[in-house]
Design a protein around this ligand. Structure first.
Ligand code: SAM
Length: 283
């Protein structure tokens, strides 16, 4: 289910929008709204995950004459668009993180998952969560958990992972979650493994560097008056977006405060709980 759908359409899609890029097409929820709202624009949907693209292709079948789908990391946006002869765009959306399909898809993204720890969005990539957990040094694991998960018990968890590794390999997401549960108490509603899983996913998919590169490319490609919107789900990313927008003289920030979902949306789509949308316009 698309997050902040109304807010995305109202702020990013105008009648002047001729070429729109959805850099994270995923389940094509936003895509459908965009294609319905402006019946003339050409829609370019990007994803690193082939399964997401296959699904999007089916969902968007009736709009196929206005849709181009591309597989790749949005960090390579310029090259991807140049490859299809596009050098300027009127709007772009980044809806970050993973989709509910990926969370349920057996690649070890969820700590309830009894599948091998993989966590790759693009299965052509080499690095997996299994590799990090079973072969990185203890201090490297602790750094990843601290930097990408803001996990203040990073050292304790890294030690528990390391101790277990001496006996046996850690194969599944659930095994890893159980190791964390044994050393970190559950307080409140959030599962103790949440931050570790976020950190590993960010490391496996090089998410922060991809975001930085993707935003740079997007701002260069935007035509004057064109808009960029980014939906984030945790503070690390939100801080990056806020600073990137603020520090760029080619942009006017349209959201002094991030747009957040209302109570109704959170009730019907709990995944939207931590979403923040920031928008800027190219001068
Ligand atoms: C939250 S989902 C997007 C949901 C979509 N907006 C919808 O309405 O259904 C995020 C998608 O972005 C993709 N993704 C994440 N990082 C990416 C990157 N650096 N390059 C390309 N796709 C990426 C993921 O594979 C996932 O399918």
């Amino acid at each position: 289910m698309a997050v902040l759908p109304k807010e995305v359409l109202e702020n990013l899609i105008s009648t002047q929008c001729k070429v729109f890029v959805d850099a994270t097409v995923g389940g094509a929820g936003h895509a459908l709204g965009v294609l319905d709202r402006n019946r003339k624009l050409h829609f370019i949907g990007i994803d690193r995950d082939q399964e997401a693209l296959d699904r999007a292709e089916k969902t968007l079948e009736r709009y196929s004459d206005r849709v181009t789908l591309l597989r790749g990391n949005f960090r390579d946006l310029k090259e991807m668009l140049h490859g299809i002869g596009v050098s300027s765009i009127d709007g772009i959306l980044f809806d970050l993180g993973i989709s509910s399909y990926q969370l349920a898809g057996g690649r070890g993204f969820s700590f309830k998952d009894d599948e091998e720890l993989d966590m790759r969005m693009d299965t052509r990539d080499v690095l997996t969560a299994y590799e990090i957990v079973n072969s990185y040094r203890q201090d490297e694991i602790a750094r990843i958990l601290y930097e990408y998960g803001e996990e203040w018990q990073s050292r304790k968890i890294a030690k528990a992972i390391f101790d277990r590794r001496k006996k046996d390999r850690i194969r599944t997401a659930r095994e890893l979650a159980d190791i964390i549960l044994a050393v970190k108490k559950k307080t409140g509603k959030i599962h103790p493994a949440t931050k570790t899983f976020q950190a590993l996913r960010i490391a496996v998919n090089d998410e922060l560097a991809s975001l930085a590169g993707g935003m740079d490319a997007a701002v260069d490609l935007l035509s004057p008056g064109g808009r960029i919107g980014v939906i984030t789900f945790h503070s690390l990313e939100d801080r990056m977006v806020k600073q990137r927008f603020r520090s760029d003289e080619a942009l006017t920030v349209l959201t002094r405060k991030a747009i957040k979902p209302g109570i109704e949306e959170i009730r019907s789509n709990p995944r939207s709980r931590s979403a923040k949308l920031r928008i800027a316009e190219k001068i």
